[in-house]
Structures are given as C-alpha cells and as structure tokens.
Ligand binder design. Structure first.
Ligand code: AMP
Length: 427
C-alpha cells in the first residue's frame, strides 16, 4: 500500500498527545524535581506494567469502572486492561513480591494511565501520574509526612497557587451511621457531596425520610472547617480515637512540617469503598474544572488482593495538570541550549571537526555539528535557530594556526582559539 504525502491519512487518537522536544524538556525538568523530592523523603522508585488483568481493577473499583477502562482480550483470550491508576498495580506488586520487605515500605512511581474520559484541557485519555504508597504504618507522623510530601512536590515544581484540603472518611462514615443514613442512600448522596451540591443532598435525604434537622446537621458537618465543631458531633469512642489521630496529623503538619495553609474539608469523599481514615486533595484554583492536582489518603486494598493485612496510604499527582498549572502561572521553565555548533568550512575539515566535537562531548559539553555540508552563512543561521550559544568555524586559516574560530552567537564577536584551549574558552 502507498500513502500520498500531506493527505493526513493518520490522526492521533482522541484524548492523546504528541510532545514536542520543547515540551519534553519541560516534562523531564519537572519529573526530575518530583523524583528528587520523593527520594529526599526516603521513597524508592518502582515500575509496573502498562496493562494488568481486568479483574484487578474490577476488584478495586467494582463493575462501574468498566465504563472508564480501556480493556481487551489478548491472543490467549486473557482479559486485560490498560491501567487507569497505579495504586492497584502497586498493591498487586506488593502482595506478589514485596510483603517480606522491611517496613515501612515507601514506594513511588511515574506512569501513564488510561481512562475513557471526555477529553478537555487538563483531562486526557492518556495521562501521566506521579504517585506513591506507604505500606506498614498508619502513625499520625506517617500520614502527616505523606501530606507534606505531596504538598512539597507541587511547591518544589514551582506552582504558586495551591490549596490543600484534608478530610477523614472514618469520621464521615460514622456521622452517616449516627444519622442512620444507609449504605444505599450514601451511594446516592456521595457524588452530590463530592460536588458540594448541599441543597441537593438535603432534598435527597428528605426524600429518603431523614428528618430535616438531621439532614441540615449533616450539611453543617460537611461544610465545617473547624475541628471543634467536628468534636461536638462525634459520639462513639472508636471515632473519637480517629478524631484524636486526625488532630495530631494536623498539628504535626502545622507545627513540625511547617505547612500552615490547609483547610479541613469533611466533604472529600473519594472512593468510600476502599479509602478510609485520612483523605486529602490539592488543587490549584486557576485551572477551573480540572483544578485537582493531587488526591490521596489511607485505604484498604492489601487483604482484598490476598495479602496479609497492613496499613497503607498514598497519593497520585496529575503530572500533565501540574505542567498546565505551571504554564498558566507563566512559570519560567529553564531551557538547555547547545553549547557549541561546529561548522567545517569545507569537506576537508570534516574529520578534524568530528575529532574536536567528540572530545568536547566527552568533556560534558552539548555539541552539534553541521551534517548537511551547508555554507557558512546557512550554517550560522541554523546555529542561531537552534539557539546555540557559540559557533565554531574550522577552515584552512584556522587549521594552519592549530586553532578554530569561536563566535559568540549573542554578540557576534569572533576569536581565534588554540585547539587545546577550546574547552576552557567555551566554558
Ligand atoms: P485520581 O486517581 O482520580 O485520584 O487522580 C489523581 C490525579 O490524576 C488527579 O488529581 C488529576 O490531577 C489526575 N488525573 C485524573 N484523571 C485525569 C485525566 N483524565 N487526565 C489528566 N489528569 C488526570
């Protein structure tokens, strides 16, 4: 089969993106900051496959997840799915191979995820997450450290406008129980709570036959940002203990980790099935509908996946949204330019030029070389288009003096430099 040029036969699939080298430079830069921050908190990097068994995600999130999944049968008739997130794969990995590792186990990862979402700015069908899981401790300090790590990663990336909201699902569940809101009723109102549609929550509860006073109390609880108010609400001892832990986490976060600008937000719901205890979200208000950069908390998945029960918590940061957030704030991404572009004046000087180029590359410089045998004028134009800092011209006059000409591409100033002094001169 032959294809005609410029007919646009093939198009990129909906919700996916190509990245130019300039975009990749930004992404690598931010990824490196994130990686360094994870590691500074004692986390170690892992990688899991892009696809897993379909059952894994169904076990975690139920049949409903199917709408959002890319799934397929392979040639051996196995049901597989592209991962929509990385917590389930990480816990699958832990249960299969890492249970005997010393605790706490602190794992982080970067990986592409796939969701059949409706694409828009900041929401894609293929997107990248940066995330981590901590397994084997649920101490308040572990939880406070986890929140502080998520916050620090986004701060270190350079985002200025961040909002950190912290809630607790064990406390929320106990309030549901106190008000005798059944599991089915919770299922119905949770999406409304998630969207802060409190009027609708009250209407729904009224329809379920919950007393108006109780419905209004629930909404008051969901809206509060005061720990004192929550304390007044909780009746059973088990939940009071959870509340004490919650308070310790917030105190550590503020007094020890130095993060003061967070808000208690009891209407953070996330997946109420397997998340429990602490939950938190970080958003950047400027991004509108796709403002959520990070979500995390404590969850129970290990025993569900057949492992020996151990406490676990983690978070996932939307990598692409982090980049969009930085661009929205006009962040100045550093660019790495070619240090020197080498131009042999004629064919006779190609070999000599390559020898010099190789020596400079060995010395750690970023060096490119004219490979098109263009004239000097065109070569200099090209050097300027790739933003080379310097150009090096190698011709008969230069070689006679065992030298090269080095041109500063900003000022246009040219100097004859002895070959043995090139490195120092460029540095
Ligand atoms: P989640 O696993 O749903 O809690 O997602 C964690 C983070 O991943 C979110 O806070 C977003 O920043 C990011 N995210 C989720 N879905 C998408 C998507 N379709 N496109 C881009 N980023 C996403």
């Amino acid at each position: 089969m032959t294809y005609l040029y410029n007919q646009n036969v093939f198009k990129i699939p909906r919700g996916t993106r190509d990245f130019t080298s300039q975009e990749m430079e930004k992404r690598r830069y931010i990824e490196e900051i994130m990686r360094t921050t994870f590691m500074s908190f004692g986390y170690n990097e892992i990688q899991t496959p892009t696809f897993e068994t379909l059952e894994l995600f169904k076990a975690k999130s139920g049949q409903e997840i199917m709408d959002e999944l890319y799934y397929f049968k392979d040639k051996g008739n196995r049901d597989l799915a592209l991962r929509p997130e990385l917590t389930a794969p990480t816990i699958r990995f832990y249960v299969e191979k890492l249970q005997m590792e010393p605790k706490p186990l602190k794992l982080f990862y970067f990986g592409n995820c796939y969701r059949y979402d409706r694409p828009q700015k900041g929401r894609y069908r293929e997107f990248k997450q940066a995330g981590c899981e901590i397994i084997g401790t649920d101490s308040p300090e572990a939880n406070a450290e986890l929140i502080s790590l998520a916050y620090k990663i986004l701060k270190n990336s350079g985002i200025k406008n961040l909002k950190l909201n912290i809630g607790n699902l064990t406390i929320l569940s106990s309030v549901f129980n106190q008000l005798k809101i059944t599991k089915d009723q919770q299922k119905y109102i949770i999406p409304l709570i998630d969207k802060s549609m409190f009027e609708e929550v009250i209407d729904a509860l009224r329809d379920f036959g919950i007393e108006n006073k109780d419905a209004e109390n629930l909404v008051r609880f969901l809206k509060t940002t005061e720990i004192k108010f929550i304390k007044g609400f909780i009746e059973d001892d088990e939940t009071k203990k959870e509340l004490e832990k919650f308070e310790t986490i917030l105190t550590l976060l503020e007094k020890a980790f130095g993060i003061k600008d967070f808000k208690i937000q009891m209407n953070i719901v996330r997946g109420l099935d397997y998340y429990k205890g602490l939950v938190f979200e970080i958003e950047t208000p400027k991004l509108g509908a796709e403002k959520q950069l990070c979500g995390g908390g404590e969850y129970d998945l290990i025993s569900l996946f057949g492992g020996k029960d151990a406490p676990s918590a983690g978070f996932a940061i939307g990598f692409d949204r982090t980049i969009v957030a930085l661009e929205t704030e006009n962040f100045n991404f550093p660019t790495k330019n070619i240090d020197v572009y080498v131009i042999p004046l004629t064919e006779d000087f190609i070999e000599k030029a390559i020898i010099i180029v190789q020596a400079l590359r060995e010395a750690g410089l970023t060096v490119d070389l004219d490979l098109l045998r263009r004239g000097i004028g065109k070569s200099l134009k090209y050097a300027s288009s790739i933003k080379a800092k310097k150009a090096m011209i190698i011709g008969p006059d230069e070689i006679k003096q065992n030298s090269v000409t080095i041109r500063d591409m900003d000022t246009g100033e040219q100097k004859l430099i002895k070959i043995e002094n090139i490195k120092n001169s460029i540095r």
